[in-house]
Design a protein around this ligand. Structure first.
Ligand code: ATP
Length: 372
């Protein structure tokens, strides 16, 4: 019918106006949280410690009940349903396997509660799950005889075998060493693609978030700051907090003043002046004399010979940073970083010229919102 045709397609998980406080309302852990998640979407909640990621996840899972708002799962309001009635799988940072049971018994644990499955079906499901997670050869061992990565796979397997509608993962790889964490990230992503299920993954690690997320939800102080693809979050941060939080080394920030001269726009700081190309004064979201923050990523600044750049500055330290050198400077009172290909900048002569890719400059207003 026409009425049906005009309906919005249902989102798989819909979180509306979620609010959760603790300690008689004095601690606001989550506020006005709204989010739609599609089936088969990989969503990452990212933010500094204490921003409310875990509390949000616990409200979705039913381990916590919200003060306000609703959680809709596949069209069904589950806000006040018990965790076991939500058909969601939860994987925690701390691995909680039963040490006296084998891997096989650990994975089968939830299935044993199900009366509608035959013994053979349970066996087959456990073995398929172990195969998919590459732990088939460990099935008859005790968890204590496994590596940390294998143990975390078993706990994922235990969740997976129940065939939940969605997975909630709270920093599941935080206790693994760096190499293993990288491998597990690749595998969880592959697994999610294979299963075609929604996953919500909580982390405070921006690199992990960028690697995994189809959609990243950045939180600060209980509130969503931005929702976007990794590309959008990296290239179009909505505010200064996100610009500084995402990227390593961090985005450089200089305080300055907007100067408008006819159609030309300059940013003037205590230490330099730079013209913004491709911006028309008539369309510019600031007025002459407004205080602004100029933001630019280290890869969009360049070290050039002394007096050939926009300003001169002295090198503090140079260090190897992945495939790049990170060169740390201070101009006036402001520290900043420039990245250049390894070995390109010699630091025997310590005063250098510094240049900008001026088309990569971001501007933020006094309220720290991005205006350009
Ligand atoms: P982390 O990365 O450190 O786990 P997080 O982003 O997951 O942090 P939450 O654990 O959700 O943050 O905590 C959000 C806020 O709510 C914090 O200020 C925290 O101290 C507070 N909080 C969480 N649980 C409780 C509780 N049971 N009682 C009181 N305050 C709580």
């Amino acid at each position: 019918s026409p009425a049906e045709q005009t309906q919005e397609p249902a989102h798989y998980i819909d979180i509306n106006g979620l609010r959760k406080t603790f300690s008689n309302g004095t601690v606001v852990a989550v506020d006005d949280f709204n989010l739609d998640i599609e089936e088969d979407e990989f969503v990452v909640f990212l933010g500094p410690s204490g921003c409310g990621k875990t509390t949000t996840l616990r409200c979705i899972s039913g381990l916590e009940l919200p003060d306000e708002g609703e959680v809709i799962l596949n069209g069904r309001d589950v806000t006040f349903d018990k965790p076991k009635d939500r058909d969601l799988a939860f994987v925690f940072q701390n691995i909680t396997l039963f040490p006296h049971m084998t891997v096989r018994e650990n994975i089968r644990f939830g299935l044993d509660m199900k009366t509608d499955l035959s013994k053979d079906e349970k066996k087959r499901k456990v073995e398929e799950t172990a195969e998919l997670l590459d732990i088939a050869e460990t099935l008859d061992r005790q968890p204590t005889a496994l590596s940390g990565g294998q143990q975390q796979r078993v706990s994922i397997g235990r969740a997976m075998v129940m065939e939940p509608t969605a997975f909630l993962l709270d920093e599941p790889f935080a206790n693994l060493d760096a190499n293993l964490r990288d491998r597990m990230q690749t595998e969880i992503k592959r697994l999610q693609r294979e299963l075609g299920k929604s996953m919500i993954f909580v982390t405070h690690d921006q690199e992990e978030a960028m690697t995994l997320g189809d959609k990243i939800v950045i939180m600060e102080d209980g509130e969503i700051q931005q929702v976007g693809t990794p590309y959008e979050i990296y290239n179009q941060p909505k505010n200064l907090f996100i610009a500084k939080f995402i990227g390593s080394p961090s985005t450089n920030i200089f305080e300055g003043t907007a100067k408008i001269n006819g159609e030309e726009i300059y940013i003037e700081t205590d230490d330099f002046e730079v013209r913004l190309p491709n911006v028309r004064a008539s369309e510019f979201a600031a007025s002459n004399g407004d205080m602004v923050f100029l933001g630019i990523r280290p890869e969009y600044m360049h070290v050039v010979p002394k007096s050939e750049g926009i300003f001169n500055a002295e090198i503090d330290v140079k260090e190897l940073h992945g495939e790049h050198d990170a060169i740390y400077f201070t101009v006036g009172e402001t520290p900043f970083t420039v990245t250049e290909p390894q070995g390109q900048v010699q630091d025997t002569e310590r005063v250098k010229g510094v240049d900008f890719d001026t088309d990569k400059i971001w501007l933020f207003n006094e309220r720290e919102e991005r205006i350009h």
